[in-house]
Ligand binder design. Sequence first.
Ligand code: BGC
Length: 391
Amino acid sequence: MTNQRVLAILSVSLAFSACAGPGAGVVDPARAEASRRNPFLDVNFFLNPEYVENVEATAKAFPAEAETIRKVKQYPSGLWLDSIAHVANIPLWLDEARKQQQASGKPTLSLFVVYDLPNRDCSANSSAGELTIAQNGVARYETEFIDVIAAHFNKYSDLPIVVILEPDSLGNLVTNMNIPKCAEARDVYVNETAYAIRKLGLPNVSIYLDAAHAGWLGWDHHRENVIKVFKKVLKAAGGNDAIRGFATNVANYTHLYNRDGMALESSDPCYNELVYAKKLTVGLADHGVRNKGFIIDTSRNGKGQIRKVWGHWCNIKGAGLGERPRAAPEPFIDAFFWVKPPGESDGVSDPSQPRFDAECGSNESAPNAPQAGVWFQSYFLNLVRNATPPL
Ligand code: BGC
């Protein structure tokens, strides 16, 4: 190679890195390369001591089943950043992850769910968030939430991190524009998701966009429309290489392999979650979005035939733990992962409580449920009993 060519390449790559980085419209080449790798391969998963404590408390309360219950402690689950206040947990969790990494000598991956968009949960109520567009939510989301998370992640560049962005938000833009809270969020969800991608797109962080689930966006026209929304977000975020992939079934119950969907919604061609991921992959490629991987939340989808209405989503009775978290279980799938920590409630079932959503009082939902995110011991016990495959 001549010196001139080396110089030319150098100046091109310098120009690249000068304009890359958060805020710019280009993804730098190293990051683009990283976006083509499955980050779940060859790592251990961080085990959150607080989750382990909840499991242990349940084991103590049910001694006859303690041995089986304790098996859950060996599996990771998602770390939810669902409020500005909870961002303060990041250094606590990542210090602990670093200890686990040092002890095992193997990279230790933590999976975060970033979940605090203004007008959050716009089509339901049980997970309504703290920020609203009307009350300066956009500025607060950027400066008090995303920027602070990015600063924390930057300090742990030795740890692999996965981020799932904003469950349900982009799906709501596809099907729920008739709801004023969602209509108001149309541009905000797109722009702020792109903002989050630009800021959190650090060398050690792999980002996945939430892609709802088969029973929500499985129909051809919905898939086509959500892909258009993804394209808008990716354009504003610096291009397709700004993310590693997509997460589906987050906090939902849709089965991986069976044909539940055929009985529940016969017009939906995606009768289970793997078919949905596959069809999305094909549709994305048709739109030029290639080499992406999927995370499927298998925290509570072990048992099929537990719903009569596919749209029901709150603490569904009869659910069981699903496939164990692991890397590359199927083609296109980066990981099965327990994104929703099994045992945490989807929403309160008492109509007199704040954030009550009628869904959580449906006849398919478990009674006596606490607020979303709060430990729901009896529900957890049933997830363990119904685990498929068994623990
Ligand atoms: C809740 C969050 C919670 C998460 C995980 C969501 O439905 O709104 O507060 O952290 O579930 O349990």
